[in-house]
Design a protein around this ligand. Structure first.
Ligand SMILES: O=C(O)CCC(=O)C(=O)O
Ligand SMILES: [Fe+2]
Length: 324
């Protein structure tokens, strides 16, 4: 064994180096709990090479219209961008009330979430104030039941590149953080009216690989003729991958990230979706279900966990159940 190798064998191992260094520039806004650093310059440079590969159309099934990039974000930066976003964004574990069978229940969202953006009826000026898109006048104080947050520069960079690739425009960025295999999102479609007909959604994966399942919605028999639904899909989404969902997909297909016993604790995954909401109700819905009214969480490098960043407000006791 060479001398150097022996030395490093006996040296106490140094703490793992972060895969990124945040610069000094940050996005600030009155609606943010804390400032969010800009994307480190080396990541911005490498994002210029996205998409890393050409997208593969997946449209050979009834009503399905996907483009699958495996990956979109270059593999040289995907781990660093994951670490950066996990560490620098505010996250929430949203609880909300729902009435099921006449009984009020508290629902726990089974993952961390956060959201930025505002629907098409408003826009942020460069100084961070909201104006009406048509009249350019400041929006009245009570237009929204929430305080919309501008998309921070770090996510805006990815949004711009995605818009360039897809020829679409987006005004919302939703982020999910799945701690481990116990976190999930159950079968649903993003077909709310506030997204308009045939919504286009770009969905990114960073961190650990998780299965993305899709199945067709039940097809009602017409004039006694039973049509069999097409077979389901399983996409093993890995770091940097992007799935573009468009056309009739949301109207006819459901998607989910199921729980997985095999995904270890400490193997997190980030999902980022870019969408376009056209009316005010979209803004209110997204903030209600992705920010909510509870405490802010932030990644703690030392303990490698999301920890409460500020005192949580409100408390829950009865009727807690797991949600979508
Ligand atoms: O995590 C994912 O890949 C899917 C997330 C999703 O479907 C959603 O946020 O609506
Ligand atoms: Fe979804």
């Amino acid at each position: 064994m060479k001398r150097g190798a022996l030395d490093s064998f006996f040296k106490p191992s140094e703490p793992k180096k972060l895969k990124y260094e945040a610069g000094t520039n940050k996005t600030t806004h009155a609606s943010y709990p804390f400032a969010i650093p800009h994307l480190p310059a080396p990541f911005s440079e490498q994002l210029g090479f996205a998409p890393a590969v050409e997208g593969e159309p997946l449209n050979d099934q009834l009503d399905l219209d996907l483009v699958y990039y495996q990956p979109y974000i270059p593999s040289s930066i995907a781990p660093g961008v994951f670490e950066f976003l996990r560490q620098e964004l505010p996250f929430y574990r949203v609880q909300y009330n729902m009435t099921r069978g006449g009984i009020q229940q508290v629902v726990n969202t089974p993952r961390f979430t956060t959201v930025f953006g505002v629907d098409e009826t408003s826009r942020f000026t460069p100084n961070g104030s909201l104006v009406d898109t048509k009249s350019e006048t400041p929006i009245e104080k009570y237009r929204y039941r929430c305080a919309p947050r501008p998309i921070p520069q770090c996510l805006e960079e990815l949004k711009k590149i995605t818009e360039g690739t897809t020829g679409e425009t987006f005004n919302f960025c939703l982020v999910n953080y799945y701690v481990d295999g116990k976190d999930s999102i159950s079968y649903h479609s993003d077909d709310e009216r506030f997204l308009g007909p045939e919504p286009v959604i770009a969905s990114f994966t960073l961190g650990v690989k998780r299965d993305f399942l899709m199945k067709h919605k039940p097809i009602a028999p017409k004039e006694g003729v039973v049509v069999k639904e097409p077979k389901g899909l399983k996409l093993p989404l890995g770091p940097g991958d992007m799935v573009l969902m468009r056309g009739k997909t949301q109207a006819n297909w459901l998607h989910s990230i199921p729980k997985r016993a095999s995904v270890d604790a400490d193997k997190g995954r980030i999902n980022i979706t870019f969408r376009k909401a056209i009316v005010k109700s979209g803004t209110e819905n997204y903030y209600q279900y992705n920010v909510g009214t509870g405490g802010v969480h932030k990644w703690d490098v030392g303990t490698k966990r999301m920890v409460l960043w500020a005192e949580a407000s409100g408390s829950t006791s009865n009727g807690v159940q797991n949600g979508q």
